[in-house]
Design a protein around this ligand. Structure first.
Ligand code: BES
Ligand code: MN
Ligand code: MN
Length: 456
């Protein structure tokens, strides 16, 4: 039985994930280029060992994509698994309790960069495949497309899917790169936000000045940048960029009610983050603010002197990185344009401003009335004993909307992480319970997806 194979191989599955987590496959930092490839090769080897007919490294202009497949019978439905083996930079290293690429298990959780996002979650699919193959239980054909550039925008994956439509033909895309509500409250993600990401540069005087000699007479670009940023949102938490909300889809009353019926404890939420109060757009709950409303946040801001001690300087330049999370039916290209125009228009004569876009992506919603959703729901019911709740997550996986546009395929976002797993942060971790239960649930998805397809 598949479940027995999974249980009997628990230690092996954990050890193999730990070996993958030891490879620092940071896609954003060219210093790790060789390690990124090493992680791709590890994934390729794992697919072959697990029983794939073939697994190959597909070169791109950036980091490689691993493609593998097992075709059991062309008559059976085909699941295309997407995941990513690249990880976010581990900085700041000094805030980790143990080194990010030396995985340790503490309190039944694996601590390492990528443990949850997405190595741990992606690897569950390879282990579920291995278990089904070993126990002769493969009910669907399966294709794997595991990329190494998700954390830097998936530009080359977009090229890859446009060029390989036939090879990637499938019935559904299955992704584990999102979160559940809690370990006793399973959920399926049915919405993701989009992203528009800008870098701005504000220039005042043509050189750094003595802050005593010139201070008070010449505008300080850091002060000006702060004023400009502050003006982007009013006291009700509304973004002031003209046209920003024009295309935002408003949910109906019943839809909002359903969303707010999901278990959520605001006191625990605040306690976990050690904050006295939450803050967000007036008129919306925390779940709505994260799930169905767009936002604007400064991700980083710098300029002037930040070294040791005090240097008296009125800097020439100030910078910030600003992200906007988008919801249906906003368009990241349009929002980038609106931001750029507005930011230029509010610049006072004391400064010059430049705004440059970074990678972005579109929001996505996935259907809940599909065979695939029913199969995912049945898989959770069978392995968790509870019907999963549909939720909208605040994060972004830009390729999901392109899967629909380019391949015509819907995705099932069957993630098993927790919001508290500290993805992108120091001490990222992934629960062993989630890892093992996820493997089991994925195998059940294959079974139910085949069954439901043959009965429709
Ligand atoms: N897996 C995350 C996205 C995510 C996390 C979705 C939690 C839902 C719940 C993904 O790896 C990620 O971090 N995406 C980036 C966007 C990308 C363009 C860098 C993000 O959301 O910031
Ligand atoms: Mn991810
Ligand atoms: Mn991520």
């Amino acid at each position: 039985m598949t479940k027995e194979y999974i249980d009997n191989n628990r230690q092996k599955f954990i050890d193999e994930l730990i070996d993958l987590l030891k490879i620092p496959s940071v896609s954003a930092d060219s210093k790790f280029k060789g390690n990124v490839r090493q992680a791709a090769e590890y994934v390729q080897q794992s697919l072959l060992t697990a029983g794939a007919d073939r697994a190959e490294i597909c070169e791109t202009e950036g980091h490689p994509i691993v493609y593998g497949e097992k075709i059991v019978d062309p008559q059976l439905p085909t699941i295309l698994v997407y995941g990513h083996y690249d990880v976010q930079p581990a900085d700041p290293y000094e805030l980790w309790d143990s080194p990010p690429f030396e995985p340790v298990i503490k309190d039944e959780k694996i601590y390492a960069r990528g443990a949850c996002d997405d190595k741990g979650q992606m690897f569950m699919h390879i282990k579920a495949f291995e278990a089904m193959k070993a126990t002769d239980a493969l009910a669907c054909n399966v294709k794997f497309m595991i990329e190494g550039e998700e954390e830097v925008g998936s530009d080359n994956l977009e090229v890859f899917i446009r060029e390989n439509k036939e090879k990637l033909a499938a019935d559904i895309i299955l992704i584990s790169d999102t979160a559940i509500i809690a370990n006793d409250t399973p959920s399926i993600t049915v919405g993701l936000r989009g992203l528009s990401y800008m870098e701005v540069e504000v220039t005042g005087p043509n050189r750094d000045l003595h802050s005593g000699v010139y201070g008070g007479a010449v505008a300080n670009p850091i002060n000006i940048l702060c004023e400009m940023i502050t003006s982007l949102m009013n006291k009700d938490g509304h973004i002031t960029i003209p046209g920003f909300y024009d295309k935002v889809a408003e949910l109906s009353g019943p839809e909002r009610e359903a969303m707010n019926a999901a278990p959520f404890n605001l006191d625990e939420y605040k306690q976990e983050l050690d904050i006295k109060e939450v803050k967000g757009e007036k008129g919306y709950t925390t779940l709505e603010r994260v799930g169905i409303r767009p936002t604007l946040d400064v991700n980083g801001i710098w300029g002037g002197y930040t070294g040791e001690g005090a240097k008296t300087v009125l800097p020439s330049k100030a910078y910030a990185k600003i992200s906007m999370r988008l919801v249906p039916n906003q368009d990241s290209g349009e929002i980038t344009e609106l931001f750029t125009q507005h930011f230029q228009s509010i610049a006072p004569d004391y400064v010059k401003v430049k705004a440059t876009p970074h990678h972005g992506g579109e929001p996505a919603v996935t259907p809940t009335d599909s065979v695939a959703y029913a199969a995912a729901s049945a898989a959770f019911e069978e392995s968790w004993g509870k019907t999963p709740i549909p939720t909208r997550d605040g994060g972004s996986i830009p390729i999901v909307s392109l899967f629909k546009e380019v391949l015509g395929l819907d995705s099932v976002l069957m993630g098993f992480g927790l919001d508290s797993d500290a993805i992108h942060s120091p001490n990222e971790h992934y629960g062993l319970f989630n890892y093992m239960k996820g493997i089991e649930t994925i195998a059940m998805f294959h079974k139910h997806f085949a069954k439901l397809n043959s009965s429709t």
